[in-house]
Structures are given as structure tokens and as C-alpha cells.
Design a protein around this ligand. Sequence first.
Ligand SMILES: NC(=O)c1ccc[n+]([C@@H]2O[C@H](COP(=O)([O-])OP(=O)(O)OC[C@H]3O[C@@H](n4cnc5c(N)ncnc54)[C@H](OP(=O)(O)O)[C@@H]3O)[C@@H](O)[C@H]2O)c1
Length: 238
Amino acid sequence: MSQHVLITGTGRPYALGFNLVKRYLEHGDTVFASVRRPSEALEEMKKAYPDRLHILTMDIASTDSVNAAAREAERLTDHLDLIVNNATTASADTMKELPDFDLDLIAPAVNVGAVGPIRVLKAFLPLLRKSAVGALVVNISSEAGSIGKCYRTFYLDYGTEKAALNMLTMTLRNYFRNDPNLNIICLHPGWMRTNPGNTEAPLDPYEHAETLRLLFETKRHDKDGPVFITYSGEAYPW
Ligand SMILES: NC(=O)c1ccc[n+]([C@@H]2O[C@H](COP(=O)([O-])OP(=O)(O)OC[C@H]3O[C@@H](n4cnc5c(N)ncnc54)[C@H](OP(=O)(O)O)[C@@H]3O)[C@@H](O)[C@H]2O)c1
């Protein structure tokens, strides 16, 4: 099955979003890859897939920007089968603890990391509704968003935005419960080498993108299984 996929936060060649774009293109799908600023690496990829890669400019912190990107997508396609909400942020204080953390940085992070994906879902919903195969929305979360497993004394912004994203995912899962044509999950993708300075993480983003691509297909119509899952498809504690 060839599908139409939207992936956010795709401009960095070493990170997950870019590698998901690559995997879906290699698989024969049509990809709408969003960035908030031009990406040379993505422009280079477009040369190899001029007809199936569409680059959208979208700042998920801005409703106007997301709505404009959705209008642009509507000029290019009549449907979407999958959204991977991959884009996220963390503030400069993310590794700091309470005394040193500027608390005013939390709300902007939540605006990007939690509200952003739902802005995208809302704006692109008319295209999702036209999927012939049943649309899936995947919100890339993190173990850092698990309240039950929380052990850190830092990540005041990042942990909060991912926990909020999990709550929004479950609330919308309930909202779409009786809709056979739309499903939504959130995922802890595992620890990946998505930062050039990080050689410790076990997962290579290009290899891992294929694991995730295959996993997502098992969740498209799964209304009864776990909603917050690991990259192996197992339930992760909320
Ligand atoms: N890496 C890991 O080990 C790990 C572990 C657990 C969960 N995750 C999650 O997996 C996903 C991918 O991780 P990653 O490490 O590949 O991410 P990343 O390198 O931090 O990339 C995040 C992307 O989001 C984009 N972005 C930030 N703010 C944005 C905004 N306002 N509007 C639109 N795009 C925005 C960035 O764009 P710019 O390039 O323009 O800055 C970047 O392309 C994230 O959701 C992350 O939280 C990652």
C-alpha cells in the first residue's frame, strides 16, 4: 500500500524526522515533510524524489503557520493517511533543576511539544478524514513524559510537554473512539543517536526509522491495544 504521510520536524539529517522521511520515500510513499526553516539536506533529498516529496514550511508553535501549511497541503493532495508528529523542543534550561531553571520557559515548550501536534492534527483533519485506508496519527512522545516512571529532577520543560502530549493523545483517542477511520497513539521511540555529539545511544535513526514505520502499520486499526507504547509496541506506563 502506498500512502500519503505528513512528518513534522524533518530538517536535520542526523535526527529521526529526516530519516522517517527517507524511509517512507524509499518505501514508495508520498511525503509531506515540514520544516520551520529551509533545510539543505531535505532540498537535496527532493532532487531524488521530485514528485513524491513535498516540503512544507510550518512552525508548530503558531496556529496561523500550521493552518497555512494545511492549506498548502490541500493544494497538493486530497488526503493524508498518516501524520507523524515528530517535532519537539527543549529550552536551554532543560538540564537544570529548580533553583536555576527559568520557569517562564515551560509554557513555550509546552506550546511547541504538546499543543503543536494537536494544532497539526486539527488543521490537517479534513485531509485525514479523506483517507481511504484509515488514518493514523502518531505523536512522538518519550519515556520522559511518563509520570508513573518519573525519576528525574530536571527536564521541567521537556517532561511536562511530553506528559501533556500524552494526556492530549488519550483525550483525543477517546474523542475518536467510535470513528473507524481515525486512530491516534503516542510513542516512546527509544534512545537514538539523533545528536551528532551523542555516540552512546543504542539506536541508529535511519535503522530505527524502519522499525517505527513497520510498527505504525500495526497500530492503524488497533482501537483496543495500548495507546502509549514503546518502539516494540508494548504499553509504557503513563
Ligand atoms: N533522540 C532521542 O533519543 C529521543 C528519545 C525520546 C524521545 N524522542 C523524541 O523523538 C522525536 C525526534 O527526536 P530527535 O532527537 O530526532 O529530535 P530533534 O533532533 O530535537 O529535532 C526536533 C525537530 O523539531 C523541530 N522543531 C522545533 N521546534 C519547532 C517548531 N516550533 N515548529 C516546527 N518544528 C520545530 C526542529 O527544527 P529545527 O531543526 O529547525 O530546530 C527539529 O527538526 C522528538 O519528539 C523527541 O522528543 C527522542
